[in-house]
Design a protein around this ligand. Structure first.
Ligand SMILES: *[C@@H]1O[C@H](CO)[C@@H](O)[C@H](O)[C@H]1NC(C)=O
Ligand SMILES: *[C@@H]1O[C@H](CO)[C@@H](O)[C@H](O)[C@H]1NC(C)=O
Ligand SMILES: *[C@@H]1O[C@H](CO)[C@@H](O)[C@H](O)[C@H]1NC(C)=O
Ligand SMILES: *[C@@H]1O[C@H](CO)[C@@H](O)[C@H](O)[C@H]1NC(C)=O
Ligand SMILES: *[C@@H]1O[C@H](CO)[C@@H](O)[C@H](O)[C@H]1NC(C)=O
Length: 481
């Protein structure tokens, strides 16, 4: 009853919002009456997508196996029993059967005043108590994720299920198919939650790393709409098909228009002041970006800031080609990093390791690098850099690898390109652990890329857009420290 009352209150607020627009919305107190906040922890049910019911029926009527991919269902959706929200703990809990899917890989995103990913998913097998997952008992399987946004209020929630079972550390994954994108969404199309708890540490805006914020000025819309995952259905690669509905809506970039990266103006000013004072102190500074196309785009984005600040006569960003971490060897260090007089170097090589090698290129048909091999390559790269003597005084940084969106080559079965979030997460976890254990500086831009992970215009590169611009500024901040 309490839950019903609370949900109908929230529903009315949404109706009011759609009828009167955000101006009235802002005047409503997002705090619930205290009488509604007694029993703790309070949990609300989130409506499931139709795909869950459909997939369950189809799975029951045929011999589904967890290793196949189906055209008319999602194995993971067929297993989902419920999704719930625990506002006081900022948690989302997915309860599923665990018949086929033991360790699902899901992506959750909140959209409203902020855009933020539901993160740190961990799985539990336990008893039936939603709010207190335990590892004893059997029957119920749960995935528990956490979110953190800057403002209280109503947020749309979308959870998609990418994989029924996550990739294993040392397994071959070239033939592991993602769930069919048409059936990936686990939450109802307009599912929402009411956020009433915000982490106090986000309050100091001047110290904050920034976040994606809803901005009326950036949008033709003045109401929120759910930010659904963008993807490229099969056959939608050619621009001529873009006018078809089946291609237009899944691939459209319009969904990102209402959001702007918000950083306290003092932070931007501080970074600019540092660049200006560096340009006065030293006649020539070179920032080098090692990688391939993503490094080239980042150097371009950094140069845009340097131009804006009028410091390009003394500070420049260049890119140095290294497809794979193993390319960064002694010769590379000598010829490229030292040869080009890099003052600071940012290395991120991973896109080629797990991406599709262009047909006709030297590496065509090479399978994606297994995770233990990637770890080995990055480890060797770090020790070569450290032995060379140039990796000191915070001159060499490793950077997190960018998520790619679900383009057709990642969604085909088997995939032809493996740069989807389940794989990129593994690379980034390897880089994070190795940089920690070796003391290499690491620039993690996941808080900028993550919420917009599906926004790259070509489903791969962030170029000349608000993501690349925000990321370049963040990287500059670390280089100018
Ligand atoms: C499932 O497999 C079993 C044994 O392989 C077979 O007897 C049964 O007919 C199959 N059921 C369906 C619905 O395909
Ligand atoms: C996820 O875990 C990391 C590391 O513990 C933490 O810094 C981060 O805030 C967590 N994210 C969320 C959304 O809770
Ligand atoms: C931002 O900078 C202005 C001017 O330098 C200063 O007065 C103000 O206190 C700063 N704000 C914060 C939150 O640091
Ligand atoms: C940029 O710097 C140059 C000299 O370094 C100066 O002549 C020019 O006026 C500056 N332009 C702006 C817009 O500050
Ligand atoms: C970058 O985008 C802006 C518009 O957002 C456009 O005017 C400009 O020409 C673009 N630059 C490049 C190099 O594509």
């Amino acid at each position: 009853m309490r839950s019903f009352f609370r949900r109908s209150t929230a529903f009315c607020l949404i109706l009011i919002h759609f009828i009167y627009g955000p101006s009235l919305w802002k005047q409503l107190d997002p705090q619930q009456p205290s009488s509604l906040r007694k029993a703790a922890p309070y949990t609300t049910a989130i409506p499931l997508s139709k795909s869950c019911g459909t997939s369950k029926q189809i799975a029951a009527s045929r011999n589904v196996t967890h290793t196949s991919r189906y055209d008319d269902m999602s194995i993971l959706a067929s297993e989902v029993e419920s999704i719930s929200h625990v506002p006081s703990r900022r948690q989302i809990i997915i309860t599923y059967r665990g018949k086929f899917c033991i360790k699902p890989y899901v992506i959750g995103r909140l959209s409203g005043l902020d855009v933020s990913l539901v993160a740190n998913w961990t799985e539990f097998s336990g008893n039936n108590d939603n709010t207190n997952p335990s590892e004893d008992g059997d029957g119920v399987h749960q995935l528990l994720g956490e979110y953190n946004v800057h403002s209280k209020g109503i947020y749309y929630l979308e959870i998609i299920g990418l994989l029924c079972n996550s990739l294993t550390w040392d397994g071959e994954y070239r033939n592991v198919c993602l769930e069919n994108p048409s059936y990936m969404r686990l939450t109802d199309d307009s599912a929402y939650i009411y956020v009433d708890t915000v982490d106090g540490s986000l309050a100091d805006a001047a110290k904050d790393d920034g976040y994606w914020k809803w901005s009326n000025s950036n949008s033709h819309l003045n109401t929120y709409t759910p930010l659904h995952t963008r993807y490229q259905p099969e056959g939608c690669r050619e621009t001529k098909t873009e006018l078809e509905d089946r291609c237009f809506f899944p691939t459209s970039l319009d969904r990102f228009l209402p959001y702007q990266f918000s950083l306290h103006p003092n932070v931007t000013t501080l970074i600019r002041d540092k660049a200006v004072s560096l340009s006065k102190m030293s006649p020539s500074t070179t920032f080098c970006f090692v990688g391939l196309s993503h490094a080239r785009e980042m150097a371009a984005a950094v140069n845009l800031w340097l131009q804006r600040w009028n410091v390009t006569s003394s500070i420049k960003a260049i890119n140095l080609d290294a497809q794979f971490p193993r390319v960064v060897n002694e010769q590379f260090i000598q010829n490229a990093i030292i040869g080009r007089k890099c003052d600071k170097t940012v290395i991120a090589a991973g896109q080629w390791s797990v991406g599709r090698k262009p047909p006709g290129s030297k590496y065509a048909k090479l399978p994606p690098t297994l995770f233990p091999e990637y770890r080995e390559e990055v480890m060797n790269m770090i020790s070569t850099l450290q032995k060379s003597g140039i990796a000191k005084n915070k001159n060499i940084f490793l950077r997190s690898i960018h998520y790619n969106s679900l383009g057709d080559v990642k969604l085909s079965c088997p995939p032809q390109d493996w740069r989807h979030p389940a794989v990129i997460d593994q690379l980034n976890s390897i880089i994070l652990h190795l940089t920690r254990s070796t003391g290499m500086p690491f620039i993690d831009t996941s808080h900028i890329i993550g919420p917009m992970w599906d926004s790259a215009v070509d489903f791969c590169h962030y170029k000349n857009d608000s993501v690349s611009s925000a990321e370049a500024l963040y990287v500059l901040e670390k280089l100018l420290l």
